[in-house]
Design a protein around this ligand. Structure first.
Ligand code: HEC
Ligand code: HEC
Length: 223
């Protein structure tokens, strides 16, 4: 659509310098370029919506029991998925399917899952509004401040964005379950979880358990 819009604008700009008949022709071309752009974008939107719908049906059947009906997990140790970037969900599902991220709960779920099914599920979870779990504990101001103080020096925002909401293959962190964040960062530090690459292992290297607990508290409390 953006391309069609640019094309339309360029044709209008060219039309200014042309005689009347040519101007009409150029305007006609511009309008039909815009129309076909609109048709293509409507088609894409339609395809995206049906992927989300297929993903929603599958998620209700196969994911909701652990990850929550609305993608916000109420189960200890199980992450919320609502609002995660689609590419992050896709990447992690492929890591589970290929046995590169080994978690018993997820191995069976991801086994043999087709790429298209994974993409539908990812589109669904990305479309859900994120938010903290219902059982989020009250904020401990000292712990929150200790966690916040580590974000800058450790460059977390460089990859996870200043809002810490993630992008592409980098996950959203804020509002995630505190217990999950804490455990998964310990696993990265201790080499028990390796992602698509070792970026996260480097990011948490040398942190103490107390520092990781503070980071987990800060991230889980941020909205
Ligand atoms: C039996 C419970 C269970 C079911 C069912 C389940 N999951 Fe999970 N899932 C987990 C647990 C537990 C983890 C955390 C793994 C860990 O400890 O690192 C997880 C992790 C994930 C992650 C990684 C998220 C992150 O933030 O690191 C994704 C993506 C995921 N699951 C997707 C799905 C999808 C999609 C489905 C349905 C097709 C599904 N899960 C079904 C228990 C489950
Ligand atoms: C160089 C880029 C980079 C930096 C810096 C970085 N991260 Fe990450 N982080 C990633 C990527 C990429 C992933 C997904 C990796 C994977 O596949 O396991 C990730 C995953 C995570 C996860 C797992 C979340 C989940 O839902 O599975 C947590 C928690 C996390 N990062 C916290 C942090 C914190 C806290 C910092 C700063 C101390 C930080 N990251 C710094 C790139 C980065």
């Amino acid at each position: 659509m953006r391309l069609a819009g640019l094309l339309a604008a360029a044709l209008f700009a060219a039309a200014v310098a042309l005689p009347a008949a040519a101007q009409d022709a150029a305007r006609g071309a511009a309008i039909s370029a815009e129309r076909s752009g609109a048709a293509i974008s409507a088609e894409r939107r339609g395809a995206a919506i049906s992927a989300e719908r297929r993903g929603a049906a599958m998620a209700a059947e196969r994911c909701a029991a652990c990850h929550g009906e609305n993608g916000r997990s109420a189960m200890e140790g199980t992450p919320s998925l609502a609002g995660q970037p689609a590419l992050f969900v896709t990447t992690q599902m492929i890591l589970f399917r290929e046995g590169l991220r080994q978690v018993p709960a997820m191995t069976a779920v991801a086994e043999g899952m087709a790429d298209g099914t994974i993409e539908d599920l990812a589109a669904h979870f990305a479309s859900l509004p994120p938010g903290p779990p219902e059982d989020r504990r009250p904020r401990d101001e000292a712990l929150f401040a200790a966690g916040q103080a580590l974000i800058g020096p450790r460059n977390c925002a460089v990859c996870h964005l200043p809002t810490l909401t993630g992008r592409e293959q980098v996950p959203r962190l804020i509002g995630q379950r505190e217990d999950f964040l804490e455990r998964t960062m310990i696993e990265y530090r201790d080499g028990l979880r390796v992602g698509a690459d070792s970026q996260m292992n480097g990011a948490v290297v040398g942190l103490t358990d107390a520092q990781i607990a503070a980071l987990a508290h800060y991230l889980s409390q941020r909205d």
